[in-house]
Design a protein around this ligand. Structure first.
Ligand code: ACM
Length: 766
């Protein structure tokens, strides 16, 4: 019994993360994104003051590397232009040997004698980044770098991050720091969301009111949409913008790191700040407009007059002068059409141009701007709404409302950047299920961002070539500080990096989250980045059954400490520090609750985990004399955050269903709850491991004892728990709720001696 329980206990833990265990515990040597090929060798190269750097020419990667040695490692190494192939203790940066590599690829060879980085342009720079990642954190005057042969190149040409600086302004220093991290993780496009309803953030010389009026708002909404009714404001003016000189400085800083900056000037919607500065750009110039003070979609859009096009062409001319980017983002998302519907001018224009409707007018708007941008030798990118009413001839589409816009665009032979919120690319969502800072809503854990694959199966291999790459977006409605922006960016930016760069076959969430993330978070910790500290590895929130609580933990940040309690109190640094595997006997009819917290070297804290182990006598069967298959259900009306809110909900339907298949519930709403009640037939005494995989929350009790707690708003997530049952019937209750349109529910069981399987309707009665 003891052995069996222990085995099942482990089994339950493995439910949560089940990927193949590699023989080598660190096959990627801590590197993010995982390289295409890593061949470890023996011995170390010793980098010190005596090391000579050789380079073919003084290009950007060489300057970056020597500056890094000087400013970060305090090494003033001699730099020689030329070939030092046979010079011992030298580092060569060369384009030789990179001839047959895919674009932006590199080869890195480290032996005890020499380091050779072969690559061209960005490739050489990426080889340097990999070398930096191989340098140990703690070193003295000499730095030992392990021998290895790496060959590497990116999966996608576009690996992007968007930062919204309109809702909240972010300083030049913060932008540069973010660009540093992007470079370290081989991202190559910084999408700068510079204008929106709540603030215009780039100096335009010809239109100074864009920043003096549009760059300011009188006050800002406090809290979230649902936090306060009526809405409350902070009564504090807010503003900020970048001068053109600052923009040039940032563009150069990024270019020195092989990062292109894609500027976004929103049109025709999300333009309240511009309209507040210049009301004549709206369809009703007699109205007074103010820079928006709350979030959402606003109706004060640009009017498609010649005046507006002249204005936008002037703005774009200055923007294109500042940004060498081939791509100019023109927004195009979320354009309410009522101002155009109510405008005599717009209605006449629709007739004159023989357009169908206001969607046609939006298409006309974007196409007219595209012509202008194309004439300057640049291309436009727009959010996927630019498909509506017909796509501009050369436009690239950013697919954000799921993947369907991207799929449609690729099918029309247009280039696409995938950035779906539903695919984990909206990193303004919370990254934990509880106790997270205020966010816009949604739950996007690291695992979800990591698991995104930007090439939808709906596209043929030929169509998939139109997917240029992938991007994550950091919208900042609820991100008022740079520390919080960091917190939301990391570690999800590292998952983005791996999606964009690494071969699909090299992706492995276990290696990524349990080995490389801890190493990389230690790097971010040392370099003054804030980040979300993942929970201790090896202590998932779970309910288990057995006479023993055994866990082996690992900190989620290298060098961090884990503290724990078993007395029901929230752990902190005054509690027990984890050093050795934890083992507690759980006496009969008692339970032990292990709570853990990770505290990083700089003092950052993870959420607290709760692992409960019950040692109960196997539950005796209950009396059930019927033989009627299926479960009773009650369908509940409501927008639930957790199943605890079911108490007062109205019942909209009830009846009997055969299984947990949600399709059997006929009257489900966009948001609903359901309670299933019935009996579970158990044919053998033993320990049963249950789990639910649900979007959103679910809670399973057996004989009124909690077994699976998978509650709360979240995407498809699996949680498990175990219980010992005696042969016979047991009362089963499953509560489930969903918010929104994406839903899912599966219930699994591992019976004694059997493999995990979906809980079959054969065992369910009412
Ligand atoms: C967007 O999130 N409105 C592109």
């Amino acid at each position: 019994m003891y052995k069996l329980t222990k085995l099942l206990f482990l089994g339950a833990l493995l439910l949560i993360a089940s990927s193949a265990r590699s023989q080598d515990s660190d096959p990627n040597m801590g590197i993010v994104p995982a390289p295409v090929s890593v061949k470890k060798a023996t011995g170390d190269f010793v980098l010190g003051q005596q090391t000579v750097i050789f380079a073919d020419s003084a290009n950007k990667a060489v300057t970056f590397f020597t500056d890094y040695l000087l400013n970060k490692l305090y090494l003033r190494n001699p730099l020689k232009i030329g070939d030092g192939s046979n010079t011992p203790n030298s580092i060569q940066l060369t384009s030789k040997g990179a001839e047959n590599l895919p674009a932006d690829g590199y080869r890195l060879s480290i032996t005890p004698q020499q380091i050779i980085i072969a690559g061209k342009g960005a490739g050489l720079f990426y080889g340097v980044q990999t070398l930096l990642q191989l340098m140990p954190a703690d070193h003295g005057a000499t730095i030992k770098i392990p021998s290895v042969q790496i060959e590497d190149y990116p999966r996608f040409v576009y690996r992007g991050l968007m930062l919204d600086v309109s809702r909240h302004f972010m300083s030049v220093e913060f932008v540069k720091k973010t660009i540093d991290a992007m470079a370290y993780y081989k991202l190559n496009n910084f999408h700068w969301h510079l204008t929106d309803d709540q603030g215009w953030r780039i100096e335009i010389k010809k239109y100074p009111k864009l920043t003096s009026i549009g760059g300011q708002r009188a006050q800002t909404l406090i809290g979230g949409y649902r936090d306060r009714t009526p809405q409350q404001f902070d009564n504090t003016p807010y503003g900020g913008y970048y001068t053109q000189e600052q923009v040039r400085e940032v563009v150069k800083y990024a270019a020195d790191r092989y990062i292109n900056i894609v500027p976004e000037i929103e049109m025709p919607g999300h333009s309240t700040a511009a309209v507040a500065a210049y009301p004549e750009l709206s369809c009703d110039p007699t109205k007074t407009y103010k820079t928006a003070e709350s979030w959402g979609v606003f109706h004060d859009v640009y009017c498609p007059t010649d005046k507006t096009f002249d204005f936008l062409e002037d703005v774009l001319t200055e923007v294109m002068d500042l940004f060498p980017s081939r791509y100019i983002h023109i927004g195009g998302d979320e354009v309410p059409k009522d101002a155009w519907k109510n405008s005599i001018f717009c209605q006449k224009l629709i007739k004159k141009l023989k357009l169908k409707n206001e969607e046609g007018l939006q298409s006309y708007f974007i196409q007219r701007i595209e012509k202008f941008v194309n004439a300057k030798g640049r291309s436009i990118i727009g959010w996927d709404e630019i498909l509506e009413g017909g796509l501009s001839p050369n436009a690239t589409v950013m697919s954000w409302r799921g993947e369907s816009g991207g799929i449609a665009a690729a099918q029309q032979s247009h280039y696409v950047i995938m950035t779906p919120g539903s695919g984990g690319m909206y990193i303004d969502h919370a990254q934990g299920r509880k106790d997270e800072p205020l966010s816009i809503g949604g739950y996007t854990p690291l695992s979800q961002t990591y698991s995104y694959n930007p090439t939808p199966a709906a596209l043929t291999a030929e169509q998939q070539k139109y997917i240029l790459g992938v991007q994550a977006n950091l919208w900042t409605e609820y991100i008022g500080t740079e520390t919080k922006a960091d917190y939301m960016l990391y570690p999800r930016l590292l998952a983005l990096s791996e999606i964009g760069w690494s071969a699909l076959s090299n992706k492995n969430f276990k290696d990524f989250s349990e080995t490389r993330i801890p190493a990389q978070l230690a790097y971010l910790d040392r370099n003054n980045y804030d980040y979300h500290v993942p929970e201790a590895i090896g202590a998932p929130d779970s309910i288990l059954f057995g006479p023993q609580l055994d866990v082996q933990l690992k900190p989620s940040v290298a060098g961090a400490k884990i503290y724990y309690t078993i007395d029901g109190h929230t752990p902190r640094e005054t509690d027990l520090e984890y050093h050795l595997p934890i083992s507690y006997t759980v006496p009969q009819d008692q339970y032990r609750e292990l709570q853990t917290i990770v505290i990083s070297p700089s003092g950052k804290r993870s959420q607290v985990t709760h692992l409960v182990v019950y040692n109960r006598a196997p539950l005796a069967p209950v009396s059930y004399l019927g033989n009627s298959p299926g479960l009773k259900y009650q369908l509940l009306q409501g927008n639930f955050d957790n199943t605890g809110e079911f108490k007062d909900a109205a019942i909209i339907d009830s009846g009997v269903v055969k299984s947990f298949n949600l399709a059997e519930l006929k009257k489900q709403r966009p948001s609903f709850g359901v309670i299933y009640n019935g009996f579970l037939r158990i044919d053998n005494d033993g320990v049963y491991v249950f789990s639910t995989k649900s979007d959103d929350g679910s809670v399973l009790t057996i004989d009124d004892q909690p077994v699976v707690n998978n509650d709360g708003k979240h995407p498809l997530t699996e949680q498990g728990g175990a219980v010992a049952l005696q042969k016979g019937y047991h009362k089963l209750t499953l509560k489930y709720f969903d918010i929104g349109s994406v839903r899912g529910l599966k219930v699994y069981v591992t019976m004694p001696g059997k493999a995990k399987a979906e809980l079959s309707p054969d065992w369910l009665f009412n």
